[in-house]
Design a protein around this ligand. Structure first.
Ligand code: GCB
Length: 561
């Protein structure tokens, strides 16, 4: 639901602790000391970050208490009701009618709380959410990031009503198809009194109904479909899937495809594919805010399509579900990542647990999306034995949660005059080795690319997961002048030529980045002014010269690899 937070306060809240922020702001007795107010002029749009909604929030990091009243009548008395949040950055504490429903940490993944029957009212429910986006050393991400710390209830919030026993989760995965049939494996999880219930999996277009008896979470199954039209970047075919129990019916749209590594290649449906990609933050730069809707997703996907991309690296945290669903329907392959970024505290086992929770929540939401082909466990984590053990354990966890996709991580690389060797020990554990390199921006001039030699110790597919140079749209000069569009254009020209000489396991390219994005670290007053300017598209939506260099490269290789 996308609604304003109302300013009306309820008088039906518990009298206990009248001063608590999760209770009414209306004194119920003259002696009450109330030091908060929801019946005031401040409203925030949900979903939406708070930074973009009021100038005083632009740099704000701290707590905001949200309040909303609502009426709710269940369709059936024994049904269950859940309060679902697409994401809240970073910590959420949720109270309904004075009772705490729960708390959640992690700014980019979904969570939900069941509302106990005795707490839900038909009229005037008083919902309060305390949101805190302060950064801490031992959180994920840590204090140091190159992006804006947009706070708030940044994604959709929903009340979800289910029968007493309902389909809580499921997985459907195509195994190796043959010319005549398509084997599927999967599992279902029901919530409630479920043992012995009949569950049917239906794919109406294929006349398929598969029945099973539920034996506990998860109940696994396998079945053989007739030959299916495979989902791919060129043919994003989705089938309606229904999972039915006596009381519940869950409908989804699923694409069937396989993704695998064979030697130095990535295979989509058994065929080698080259990933013509681009990185993106979850941001609409023209409005200086987080993206959160279908319309926002289309803006980003349209730009990526115009570049002739078939792949997007959604950096550096899981993006909202709208873009993943749109990618499914448009045939855009996706890299999805958790914010294990730079120098998070690898020494602290609790940080590892927090990272695992985010990994689990990322995979739980999107495990049935055909577009997602790579789970990334982090970005540019500096090499050390502790860090490698930490990252390896995330790779193992990701494989355990979803063995059907490829695991990667964007690695750092250091430049040498004679040879750049890709040898980060983490590469031994990932399916795909991905590296970020900025030769010509953070080292040397773009001409340094001409003599650069690249070598990798891994016989695995290699993705150049970042490369980029900053430029201010509309600033024109000769190509040796930093920040000019011409410098960035030259940088891309040299990079593209260098890519053509990459080792033969080079299978994908995701330059940094689709659009300029807000970053408090980027403070050159003339050219940056709080923006990371490596976008191919400016914060005003203007395509810079380099956009066309990358597009030309992708046009050339489209269909050839
Ligand atoms: C990187 C980081 C990315 C930064 C980028 C830059 O290597 O992965 O988050 O924004 O470089 O612009 O320096």
């Amino acid at each position: 639901m996308r609604q304003d937070f109302t300013t009306t306060a309820s008088t039906k809240c518990p009298k206990k602790d009248p001063g608590a922020y999760w209770n009414s702001d209306l004194p119920q007795s003259p002696t009450d000391r109330i030091e908060h107010g929801y019946s005031d002029k401040y409203t925030l749009q949900v979903p939406g970050d708070w930074n973009s909604q009021d100038p005083k929030f632009l740099y704000y990091e701290g707590t905001v208490w949200y309040k909303r009243s609502f009426d709710y009548k269940k369709a059936q008395s024994d049904n269950r009701v859940f309060l679902y949040f697409g994401a809240v950055n970073y910590q959420a504490d949720v109270y309904l009618n004075g009772k705490k429903l729960g708390a959640h940490k992690g700014g980019f993944t979904a969570f939900q709380f069941e509302i106990p029957d005795e707490v839900l009212q038909e009229k005037d429910n008083f919902l309060v959410v305390k949101v805190d986006n302060k950064r801490f050393k031992d959180e994920v991400p840590t204090v140091n990031t190159d992006w804006w710390n947009f706070g708030g209830i940044t994604r959709d919030v929903m009340l979800v009503e289910t029968p007493a026993t309902f389909v809580a989760d499921y997985s459907l995965q195509l195994e190796q198809p043959t010319d005549t049939n398509a084997p599927l494996t999967g599992w279902v999880k029901l919530d409630g009194e479920a043992s012995g219930q009949e569950v049917s999996i239906e794919i109406p277009e294929l006349n398929l109904t598969h029945k099973l008896t539920y034996e506990g979470a998860p109940t696994s199954f396998s079945l053989i479909l007739p030959k299916v039209e495979l989902w791919s970047d060129k043919n994003p075919r989705l089938y309606d899937v229904v999972i039915r129990t006596a009381a519940d019916e869950l409908r989804d749209k699923i694409g069937f495809r396989t993704i695998a590594v064979s030697g130095k290649k990535i295979l989509l449906n058994g065929e080698p594919i080259f990933l013509r990609g681009i990185c993106a933050h979850e941001e609409i730069p023209t409005e200086q805010r987080r993206a959160f809707s279908d319309a926002d997703a289309m803006i980003q996907l349209d730009w990526a399509k115009e570049l002739n991309c078939n792949f997007m690296r959604l950096a550096h945290y899981p993006h909202n579900e709208h873009i993943i669903r749109k990618a499914d329907s448009l045939g855009m392959l996706i890299w999805s990542e958790i914010p294990v970024y730079w120098t998070i505290n690898f020494e602290n086992p609790e940080v590892l647990e927090k990272a695992k929770v985010q990994l689990d929540e990322m995979i739980a939401r999107d495990r049935n999306r055909a577009s997602v082909i790579i789970w990334s466990v982090g970005n540019e984590t500096p090499v050390s034995p502790t860090r490698t053990a930490f990252m390896k354990s995330l790779v193992v966890e990701a494989k355990k949660l979803d063995a059907s996709r490829l695991i990667s991580a964007a690695l750092e690389v250091h430049y040498n005059a004679d040879k750049n060797i890709i040898n980060d020990p983490l590469g031994a554990f990932t399916d795909v080795v991905s590296v970020n390199e900025y030769l010509g921006w953070y080292g040397g001039l773009p001409s340094s690319c001409r003599s650069a030699k690249w070598e990798t110790i891994y016989d695995k597919p290699l993705i150049i997961s970042e490369t980029g140079a900053g430029s201010l749209a509309g600033f024109h000069a000769d190509s040796l002048t930093r920040w000019s569009e011409e410098y960035q254009e030259w940088y891309y020209e040299e990079q593209v030529e260098m890519m053509k000489r990459m080792p033969d396991n080079y299978t994908g390219f995701t330059p940094w980045i689709l659009t300029d994005f807000r970053s408090p670290k980027r403070n050159n007053p003339i050219y940056q002014d709080g923006w990371n300017r490596k976008g191919l598209i400016s914060n005003e939506g203007a395509k810079k010269k380099a956009f066309f260099v990358l597009k030309k490269y992708y046009d050339e290789i489209a269909g050839q690899k």
